[in-house]
Design a binder for this molecule. Sequence first.
Ligand code: BTN
Length: 260
Amino acid sequence: MNLESLRPLVARIDYVEATGSTNLDVAAAAIAEPEAWPDLSVLAAGSQTSGRGRAGRDWQSLPDASLSVSVLVRPKNVTIEHFGWLPILAGLAMTRAVSSLLPECEVSLKWPNDVLVGDKKICGVLSELLADASGVVIGVGLNLAQTQDDLPIANATSLRIEGATVSFEAALEEFLTEFLGLYNEFLNHRGDADASGLRRGATAKCSSIGRRVRVLMPGDQQIEGQGLELDHSGRILVALDGEHQLYAVAAGDIVHLRHN
Ligand code: BTN
């Protein structure tokens, strides 16, 4: 894998053919050797044997079929209350990257950070705060070359299924370029999602807004209603069915329902 052209973009970039989980590797290295793992350190893997998904789920990363990458950020001058925007920032970056790679397709962001092509998931993001809170590991898994049979769920897709043959390097470059553009603006505005344009950009691509959603929350709680907007800290506001009440969701899985 030749990632030389990407080296100038970030502080460090490493590639491994296979590993357990790039998120776990980066988190361990970032704590053990903080100086060697500064802001914008990247680890990409050709495959993972125990890839981690959100809410304790597994994430499958088959050899020669998927992009698995973790980006360590240590956002200086950004206080922790703005960190909730980082997963959304990564999801938006990948939404834009996939849009460029699939210009004919409808690509959107399902809150907080799944990337959809039509209604099918093509990319997931898992962001994890380091144990010492000195940074965040943002892990991104993109389906590149899977066939429908390779994918663990029917409601998923890959660039190949959507008609694009894209190399690992090209997909990574597209993602990192979008990510860095958004991240630099975020830093320049000290994590202010309004001043940096992040809230506006994410809202424009977020297909959970303006449609009926079911939200599955930790502890088996669930609500249904209309996705209304992203609030100042990146939560999605849902207008509950049959009640004059808004619910601000900070963490949960959204299901897009068919009828508005
Ligand atoms: C999800 O949608 O559940 C999130 C999936 C995140 C997968 C990526 S692949 C790179 C990084 N390393 C991991 O173990 N997980 C993330």
